[in-house]
Write a protein that binds this ligand. Structure first.
Ligand SMILES: Cc1cc2nc3c(=O)[nH]c(=O)nc-3n(C[C@H](O)[C@H](O)[C@H](O)COP(=O)(O)O)c2cc1C
Length: 195
């Protein structure tokens, strides 16, 4: 059981109509909240993220939605990226969003849920996410590739493949453990503290 409450930002990686990856994004958001963490889901569908022309830190008047994302990233102890694999990589919309920031990511703990309709769980997107995160001087952490996502969740977002329940639990635990190593508010706190 976690010893502390973290600020967690879940980032949904696609705005495709009928996207299935929104279901694991909402699922992990709910599980973090149940455990007492402060969690937000950043869903690009509710924002108007412009095509990248310059980084937020390089302009005096960043686009308000980019600024919102930047402030949420700065406040977060952990970012959980939920992304489908498109053409052996991450969606262009997600890459565009991520490119708007840079210093905001430094020393942040990253984790990943990748998704595919087939049997590979988006592992090529996962590999690219690892590479991108390393460029951010951040801390790549746990991952959960979700294969056959259309069998794992129904259209309403209910998890119907019970084999994923334990896998999501283990992922959530691993994300918290990973983030606690780097979160300023929790550094030095361990379950043994105070004994
Ligand atoms: C533009 C596009 C490219 C895709 N490319 C891949 C791919 O390279 N590998 C793969 O396993 N699935 C691929 N898929 C299928 C996705 O796995 C499938 O759409 C799945 O439901 C993922 O996410 P989404 O529903 O959230 O969009 C692609 C789907 C789209 C729309």
């Amino acid at each position: 059981m976690s010893a502390s409450s973290l600020n967690i930002l879940v980032v949904q990686g696609t705005i495709r109509e009928g996207r299935y990856s929104i279901h694991p994004a909402r699922y992990v958001t709910d599980r973090f909240r149940e455990r007492g963490h402060a969690v937000d889901l950043f869903d690009m569908k509710h924002y108007d993220i412009p095509l990248f022309t310059n980084r937020r830190d390089a302009v005096s008047d960043p686009h308000p939605d980019v600024d919102t994302f930047g402030r949420q990233v700065e406040a977060a102890d952990a970012l959980v990226i939920v992304a489908p694999e498109y053409n052996h990589s991450i969606p262009g919309t997600l890459k565009n969003l991520l490119d708007h920031l840079y210093p905001e990511y430094e020393d942040t703990a990253f984790s990943y849920v990748t998704v595919s309709a087939g049997g590979f769980g988006g592992v090529r997107a996962l590999s690219h996410l690892h590479d991108i995160t390393l460029e951010f001087n951040a801390h790549p952490g746990p991952d959960l590739p979700v294969s056959n996502v259309r069998d794992a969740f129904d259209e309403d977002g209910t998890l119907i493949d019970e084999t994923y329940e334990d896998r999501f639990e283990e992922f959530i635990e691993a994300v918290v453990e990973h983030a606690e190593q780097f979160a300023p508010s929790t550094v030095g706190i361990s379950p043994e503290a105070g004994r």
